[in-house]
Design a protein around this ligand. Structure first.
Ligand code: ZN
Length: 167
């Protein structure tokens, strides 16, 4: 019998593959261009992780964060509700590798964690103006993140600034 996806959550899960090491369910379909999976639900593009969270918990918080910090992950057990500030604080608390490098790089005004939180918010339709206010940067900076013109290194596989010398 062929599986036919009927709900948005099923559509997401049928196109995910589990990473045996982390347990992350990684989305194989379309990306927002910035690491978050997206599908069209009722004509609107919605983050795949948001779809999964909503299907499990029955509501859609202002933001859905990843405890695994893996944007394509759609494992409901790795998702928790948050705001941009909570997300940033959570990542700071984890003292992720790359933080000091990104922070210390004079060309970077935003930390890696802030950029990821901004990207996450953009994927969920948070207004550019609001994100600019929250992060004390210009709206053009947020647009640049949205369009992949700035902070590209954050979304590359190693998540390190281009000039880093960490082995
Ligand atoms: Zn995960």
């Amino acid at each position: 019998m062929q599986l036919i996806a009927t709900t948005p959550a099923e559509r997401v899960l049928l196109r995910c593959v589990e990473d045996p090491l982390t347990g992350c369910l990684e989305w194989l379909g379309c990306y927002s261009g910035r690491g978050h999976g997206q599908i069209s639900v009722g004509g609107k593009m919605i983050g795949t992780h948001v779809v999964i969270f909503e299907s499990i918990h029955g509501y859609r918080p202002p933001m859905v964060c990843h405890s695994c910090d893996n944007p394509p992950c759609c494992n409901g057990a790795h998702l928790f509700p948050g705001t941009a500030k909570v997300n940033t604080a959570d990542m700071w608390a984890k003292k992720r590798q790359g933080l000091a490098v990104g922070e210390n790089h004079p060309a970077n005004r935003l930390s890696r964690e802030q950029v990821i939180a901004i990207d996450c918010s953009l994927g969920q339709g948070v207004a550019v103006k609001l994100l600019a206010q929250q992060n004390s940067v210009s709206t053009s900076c947020i647009y640049d993140i949205k369009n992949g013109k700035r902070y590209k290194w954050v979304f590359q596989s190693d998540g390190q600034p281009p000039n880093h010398d960490v082995s």
